[in-house]
Write a protein that binds this ligand. Structure first.
Ligand SMILES: Cc1cc2nc3c(=O)[nH]c(=O)nc-3n(C[C@H](O)[C@H](O)[C@H](O)COP(=O)(O)O)c2cc1C
Length: 408
């Protein structure tokens, strides 16, 4: 008779918070710290989740709908729930990295957002069958950017996300985790104390090492020149820091290049004010994400959920308005949809799932979102995500922090 280990943890988790607790236990401190991230005093990263707690929901006691629908489209892609994967560089969280995330997205019928700083190539990710939006920063010269777009298009990316809100903010009051330039012997010895206490994480990478003979190398394969080696994370960051920041004409140029070569849609990520949303529409974008980069950027930027209703009210009839930042449960998604988002993007939520249980953990997170959306729709008496309105949400006075009117 096979004895079951009574202490073995059920790999399934019931909430994103539980996935985060498991990720914290499982990951070496510097890796966990890089995911928690935030910047400066952490005001924005905190506000991203706090703002959701300031919003209430106004359910009905009867008149509920027996059938509830979550399917929608984002930038022309059919998705089975209004949640897509936001691009993140998930270096060193799990050996399968973005490939595991993309498989989970495909399995649950949604879109994969792939960062240009990702640890897996766009070809490996699109090969999973997940509809993929490739994300680019404004880095390198124009020829280099065109070459990277062409590569993503050739690999089958079905949309481009330009993330332009990064401002190279420096320093965190709680200290930044060490990220080695290369995973060589010197770095391994230095990081050994943080890693030695994380046997499950080590075992995963050990299995990968035995299979491929490779350690996580912290390089960025999607930024490799044709036929050349992938730059290290720091090499890529240096190129980015030394690139002249984009103008609105550059945004229009990027959109035009992508549109001409692919005929596919273009999204601008990082909008948090009405005037920028209007300029983005003028630049010809097909969608925007109201976002503050997960609070990792200029600290003091309000939570995107505060800016969402003002922004969606102005441009939601012209372009797809998404939001990302602080989404941890299905009811957060419902609040965002009620305030005008077509869908949301999630970042840390799926990273915790990936760390806790690989591909199945990301699927688990998407299932938590789906279940939570369904339960909120039921309580609100709405037959579909398309029927949500601001009346479903209890909005406290001052919630938008003055973001309602475009500055004159
Ligand atoms: C560890 C980490 C890495 C990220 N890397 C990228 C990136 O490479 N490109 C990008 O557009 N956004 C990046 N983001 C921001 C996410 O796409 C997204 O805007 C943010 O995580 C949303 O907030 P949430 O984590 O609270 O869901 C990153 C976020 C985190 C936490």
């Amino acid at each position: 008779m096979k004895l079951e280990n009574p202490w073995k943890q059920n790999p399934w988790f019931e909430s994103v918070a539980v996935a985060q607790q498991r990720a914290r236990r499982r990951l070496p401190a510097p890796v966990y710290g890089a995911l928690v991230a935030g910047s400066e005093r952490g005001q924005s990263v905190r506000d991203n989740t706090t703002a959701f707690t300031e919003l209430g929901l106004a359910p009905h006691v009867a008149g509920h709908q027996a059938k509830r629908e979550q399917a929608t489209t984002v930038l022309g892609q059919q998705i089975t729930l209004p949640v897509i994967i936001s691009p993140t560089g998930v270096q060193a969280v799990h050996p399968d990295g973005e490939v595991a995330v993309a498989r989970a997205a495909a399995a649950r019928g949604t879109v994969m957002g792939l960062s240009n700083f990702a640890s897996k190539s766009v070809e490996e990710v699109t090969a999973t069958g997940a509809p993929t939006f490739f994300q680019m920063y404004w880095t390198g010269d124009r020829d280099v950017m065109i070459q990277r777009m062409q590569r993503a298009h050739a690999a089958g990316a079905v949309g481009l996300i330009a993330t332009l809100d990064w401002s190279f903010s420096m320093g965190r009051d709680w200290g930044s985790p060490e990220i080695p330039e290369r995973v060589d012997l010197k770095a391994m010895i230095r990081l050994a104390p943080a890693v030695a206490t994380k046997p499950r994480w080590l075992a995963q990478f050990g299995r990968e090492y035995r299979r491929t003979g490779r350690l996580p190398d912290l390089t960025t394969p999607n930024l490799a020149p044709p036929g050349g080696a992938a730059p290290t994370f720091f090499g890529a960051y240096y190129e980015w820091m030394t690139t002249t920041p984009p103008t609105w004409e550059d945004v229009a140029w990027m959109r035009e290049q992508w549109s001409q070569m692919s005929g596919r849609p273009f999204m601008l990520k990082g909008v948090c004010r009405i005037d920028d949303a209007l300029r983005a529409v003028d630049a010809g974008v097909d969608g925007i994400s109201v976002s503050n980069h997960g609070g990792n950027n200029l600290d003091g930027t309000p939570a995107p959920i505060r800016a969402l209703h003002p922004v969606a009210g102005r441009v939601g009839h012209q372009v797809d308005v998404l939001m990302d930042g602080g989404v941890r449960r299905g009811s957060d998604v419902v609040k965002a949809l009620a305030l005008g988002a077509k869908a949301v993007m999630i970042g840390r939520a799926y990273l915790w799932g990936l760390a806790a249980n690989g591909q199945a953990g990301v699927e688990n997170v998407l299932d938590i979102m789906r279940g939570g959306i369904d339960s909120a729709l039921l309580a609100l008496g709405r037959p579909s995500v398309h029927d949500l309105t601001p009346e479903d949400v209890i909005l406290p006075p001052g919630f938008t922090h003055g973001l309602d009117d475009p500055p004159s």
